[in-house]
Design a protein around this ligand. Structure first.
Ligand code: SF4
Ligand code: SF4
Length: 146
């Protein structure tokens, strides 16, 4: 299920809290997190040889934040929200976008990913929604198809 404005506000609050927690971890251990210069290169997945996976509650949060009609399909190897090299949905970007840094510590990123995924998975259990872990293109395209 991917919902828009009808999504449970408690669920949206929970995802926002998880993102807040995530930002705290990243800023707490800056040395390991790396320094992102926001060049946007890694949002061009094919060229950068990078993949981004997103979860069902994140997609629900994303659709509700943007408005379901503004969720775009991903028709090429680049994230459709990368506009002129910049993230046009920065406030609502996914956990993977927040964690990945090309000059960060891979082990730190991997452990942080595991922790965040555990929180998102338990959110699915709490709100009785299916847990999905999809690459960004599949997630956006299936939402766009309705
Ligand atoms: S993580 Fe690296 S490649 Fe990606 S936007 Fe930041 S500086 Fe650019
Ligand atoms: S949501 Fe933003 S940061 Fe994440 S892949 Fe798309 S453009 Fe990049």
């Amino acid at each position: 299920m991917v919902a828009g404005c009808g999504t449970d506000s408690q669920l949206l609050k929970k995802v926002a809290e998880i993102y807040d927690w995530l930002e705290l971890q990243i800023h707490r251990i800056n040395d390991l997190a790396g320094v992102c210069k926001s060049c946007g290169s890694c949002c061009d997945f094919d060229t950068f040889d990078h993949r981004l996976f997103v979860t069902s509650p994140e997609l629900m949060y994303f659709a509700a934040s943007l408005g379901a009609e503004d969720v775009k399909a991903m028709l090429a190897g680049r994230c459709p929200y990368n506009v002129g090299g910049k993230c046009s949905v920065y406030e609502h970007r996914f956990a993977g976008c927040r964690i990945f840094s090309c000059n960060g510590d891979a082990d730190f990123q991997s452990e942080l990913s595991e922790s965040v995924l555990a929180k998102l998975k338990s959110t699915c259990t709490e709100f009785q929604i299916p847990y999905r872990y999809l690459d960004l293109a599949t997630a956006l395209n299936s939402h766009a198809r309705g």
